[in-house]
Design a protein around this ligand. Structure first.
Ligand SMILES: [Zn+2]
Ligand SMILES: [Zn+2]
Length: 267
């Protein structure tokens, strides 16, 4: 069964330069799994993405944490995923600090949003998770807690890919992602911006330390994600080139909406 990855949102904080905020779609046969639900969820309505999902009876969504750039797209669901059920995997303590019901109940409730999740015009099942493993259709996910304000969850799906965002550079990530085919790792900061402990204070990672991690972990290729809104397309191209040179492996900037063939079983 071919495994496909479609980046729907690759930016952090807010949409900028044509980039939406964090959301990555995985499709294997009739199984669809969304990693995070930032504003990139809006792209589920784009014809090419909708066509890819036409045969999927259900959408699974896994959240890494509850910051708005990873969850705001939940409020778009009834507009972009009509009728079919959704299963929402929501991280719970001790993986993250917040309780799922409370976090989701604050976002999806009046006065911020007219309809609570339970009253959505599509069935939404909330499945709290605490790790270290979780099964969603054919996907077996390994999960670990990361250091970020309020916590966040790192995800590995077999040897196909790992999704490590909203975290400081964590030495323990190396073992977690070792040998994975594709590493999606946040690069929120340039090396210049990361000086004087700024990376630690922001709860995010910087370029060179991510490249070094990817090299040490022997990953196949690197997809930097969670881009700062101020980065232009040209700056990101240069960033990818610098990461590739330092890591000694392919690194590229994903175009949102493009289909990346991972060509392997999800397990
Ligand atoms: Zn974020
Ligand atoms: Zn965050």
């Amino acid at each position: 069964m071919p495994l496909r990855l479609v980046p729907l949102g690759t930016g952090g904080y807010f949409p900028a330069h044509g980039r939406q905020t964090m959301s990555f779609l995985l499709v294997a046969g009739e199984n669809a799994l969304l990693l995070d639900a930032g504003s990139g969820v809006a792209r589920l309505a784009e014809p090419a993405v909708a066509a890819l999902l036409a045969g999927c009876p259900r959408l699974d969504i896994l959240l890494t944490h509850y910051h708005l750039d990873h969850v705001v797209g939940l409020s778009y669901l009834s507009g972009v995923w009509r009728g079919r059920p959704v299963r929402l995997f929501a991280p719970a303590p001790p993986l993250v600090a917040a309780a799922p019901e409370e976090a989701l109940g604050r976002l999806l409730a009046p006065p911020l949003f007219p309809v609570p999740l339970a009253d959505f015009p599509l069935p939404v099942e909330v499945v709290p998770f605490t790790g270290p493993e979780l099964t969603a259709g054919p996907f077996t996910l390994r999960l670990r807690s990361q250091r970020h304000p309020g916590g966040s969850v790192g995800v590995r799906i077999g040897d196909a890919l790992a999704y490590v965002t909203d975290t400081v550079l964590d030495p323990e990530t190396e073992a977690f992602v070792r040998g994975v085919g594709l590493l999606l790792h946040e690069v929120w900061l340039t090396d210049n911006e990361a000086g004087d402990g700024a990376a630690e204070r922001s709860g995010h990672a910087a370029a060179s330390e991510v490249a070094d991690l990817a090299r040490r972990a022997g990953v196949g290729r690197l997809l930097p994600v969670h881009h700062h809104p101020r980065r232009t397309a040209e700056e990101l191209t240069a960033l990818a080139a610098a990461l590739a040179a330092r890591a000694g492996l392919p690194a590229e900037i994903a175009r949102e909406g493009e289909v990346i063939e991972l060509g392997t079983e999800p397990r």
